[in-house]
Design a protein around this ligand. Structure first.
Ligand code: NAP
Length: 283
């Protein structure tokens, strides 16, 4: 079975659209997302465009802070402080990567945790680790949403996550652990990745390298979540998993494109809506 991220994302977007309309009716306030983009890196421009289209579709307003020719780190920190203090702004989307030489940790930590709709602030990551998550990073939250939509049981399952980034692998491992999976987290220094993947009931791959997982590495009857996005020489997008080989063995698998990707944007909408609700005191 192919796990259809587009379909699940559309369901989440519908729920957010309804919630936003109800919140606006109850409070007279439109949830608003400030969008910060530095430089002219083409993929970032595409991501921002997609996120803004999604906001428009669910009724979330956006406020642009686009600096194609750059901005100093000091001015960026001042802008973030101003947005933190502005009650009309409920979420701050800081598109990464920042410009070369900028201290990403310092800038991310400058965002007020309640407006950190990406869930990258150490306070929000800490809450996830502590078992009481408030804002969960969008991509791993989207993975859980897909698994839940298709009724995939996690309790007691062997889950293997490849990739330990702050935005995908680590938070995903904690979310799976919180659902009572037995989690193994693999990375570039792991010896014999295939040993781990072959016993995975759930295999989630977030590396950024095409075909890092081949069909023979996949357990028969397992569930495979491919987070990777790679552009081939032919310009086509592929994931980290060799789809044909893996789908012949897995019982369920996400495609690329159309799997985890659409979920990331949908969960950003959900995080922004929930952040606005909390700030407006709606329960
Ligand atoms: P990242 O920060 O570059 O992290 C990559 C991780 O993969 C690291 O932990 C690295 O290990 C590990 N790794 C690298 N080569 C490996 C190998 N040969 N075997 C095992 N592990 C290896 O990347 P990211 O931001 O997590 O993103 C990962 C992929 O997901 C990228 O393709 C990205 O475009 C994609 N992505 C997709 C979405 C979406 O919406 N679908 C969202 C975010 C990211 P070390 O820690 O040891 O270096």
């Amino acid at each position: 079975m192919v796990l259809n991220g587009k379909l699940v994302a559309a369901k989440v977007q519908d729920e957010v659209r309804t919630g936003v309309a109800q919140l606006r009716a109850a409070t007279g306030v439109t949830p608003t997302l400030a969008v910060i983009l530095l430089g002219d890196f083409p993929p970032s421009q595409v991501y921002i465009r997609n996120k803004k289209v999604a906001c428009a579709e669910v009724g979330i307003a956006t406020q642009d802070h686009l600096f194609p020719s750059g901005l100093s780190e000091a001015d960026l920190l001042k802008l973030i402080q101003r947005l933190n203090d502005d009650p009309a702004i409920h979420g701050i989307l800081l598109q990464l990567p920042l410009l070369p030489g900028m201290d990403e940790d310092r800038v991310v930590e400058a965002i007020a945790p309640k407006k950190d709709v990406d869930g990258f602030h150490p306070e929000n990551l800490g809450r996830l680790l502590a078992g009481s998550p408030t804002v969960v990073p969008c991509t791993p939250a989207g993975v859980l949403e897909i698994l839940d939509h298709y009724g995939i049981e996690l309790k007691g399952q062997e889950a293997v996550v490849i990739g330990r980034s702050r935005i995908v692998g680590k938070p995903l491992a904690h979310l799976l652990l919180a659902r009572h999976a037995t989690v193994t987290l693999c990375h570039s220094r792991t010896q014999d990745i295939a040993f781990h993947t072959r016993r995975a009931d759930l295999l989630a791959v977030a590396v950024g390298r095409a075909s890092v997982v081949t069909g023979d590495m996949v357990k028969e009857g397992s569930v495979v979540i491919d987070v990777g996005i790679n552009r081939g020489a032919d310009g086509k997008l592929t994931g980290d998993v060799e789809f044909a080989g893996a789908s012949a063995r897995a019982r369920a698998i996400t495609p690329v494109p159309g799997g985890v990707g659409p979920m990331t944007v949908a969960m950003l909408m959900k995080n922004t809506y929930l952040a606005a609700r909390r700030q407006l005191g709606a329960t």
